[in-house]
Write a protein that binds this ligand. Structure first.
Ligand code: NAD
Length: 263
């Protein structure tokens, strides 16, 4: 089959959380460019408007919703609204996430210094909101007997991670198993659930600290390819998992990390 047909998303409706920046924005752009109507969900009203304008200015189809994904009721209402207005929901990319503070090799990130407040906020945004988004989308996808769900985990969820903190690594590890759990239940409904486990990408996470030369080098030194990734490098894998090119894939969590977890 021609590549164009394998990756054709025309007529499909997608929801992307955390769509205004970084990986979510790159994923939004590729879904829209391949024909999907994309509902962009994000907390940040200014970047959300800019991202939505980018999609529309390029002649693609989009709508935007300002929502804090850790507000479960608001997230459910938003996803239900998109599905009900369009009469379908084909793709969910549960991407919104935040960093977990200092890494656990520093004093500030040592286990005795992880506050309840930090732990709860990170788990609320990275894990609970991912669950609520999947739960909301699955309701519609089960009825229509089709759908693609992609959760953005992290290589910090695949093994202990020297570069991140307890709350982040724990929340992402749980996202990995959430993907596997949902894939079992939803497979008979032709709803395919997969995860992406990125290594370091140049985004605005943690206030964009990864762009600081010293921090970038510390991350790059952990990567066999010897560098961190540009945001657009997520596009191919995300499009694969949202399109018919991956029709026999479910329950997979795929690292995209320059080889980091291979060593
Ligand atoms: N950048 C990396 O190196 C890296 C590595 C592994 C995994 N990830 C994961 O990728 C995902 C995207 O992160 P990114 O690196 O693109 O960061 P980013 O900060 O550039 O983008 C995250 C987006 O999510 C939004 N967001 C944050 N909290 C939200 C909330 N409560 N409600 C709604 N929107 C919210 C932000 O406004 C932002 O637009 C996250 O789940 C992150 O954990 C990133």
């Amino acid at each position: 089959m021609q590549a164009e047909k394998l990756f054709d998303l025309r007529g499909q409706v997608a929801v992307v959380t955390g769509a205004a920046s970084g990986l979510g924005l790159a994923i939004t752009k590729t879904l829209a460019a391949n024909g999907a109507h994309v509902a962009l969900l994000d907390l940040n009203v200014d970047t959300l408007a800019a991202a939505t304008n980018w999609v529309k200015d390029h002649g693609y189809s989009a709508e935007s919703h300002q929502v804090d994904v850790s507000d479960s009721a608001a997230l459910r209402t938003t996803i239900d609204g998109v599905a009900e207005r369009h009469g379908r929901l084909d793709i969910l990319v549960a991407n919104a996430g935040i960093s977990g503070g200092p890494n656990s090799r520093t004093d500030a990130g040592a286990i005795e210094n992880v506050s309840d407040e930090l732990w709860n906020r990170v788990v609320d945004v990275n894990l609970t909101a991912t669950f609520v988004a999947i739960q909301s989308a699955a309701k519609h996808m089960k009825k229509q007997k089709s759908g693609r769900i992609v959760a953005i985990a992290s290589i910090a969820g695949l093994r202990g991670d020297p570069m991140t903190g307890y709350a982040y690594a724990s929340s992402k590890g749980a996202v990995v198993n959430l993907v596997k759990q949902a894939s079992w239940e939803l497979a008979p409904y032709n709803v395919l659930v997969n995860g992406i486990a990125p290594g370091p990408f140049r985004t605005n996470i943690a206030g964009g600290r990864i762009r600081e030369p010293e921090i970038e080098k510390a991350f790059a030194d952990t990567v066999p390819l010897g560098r961190i990734a540009e945001t657009d490098e997520i596009m191919g894998l995300a499009l694969l998992l949202c399109s018919k090119a991956s029709s026999f894939m479910t329950g997979a969590v795929i690292p995209i990390d320059g080889g980091t977890v291979a060593i």
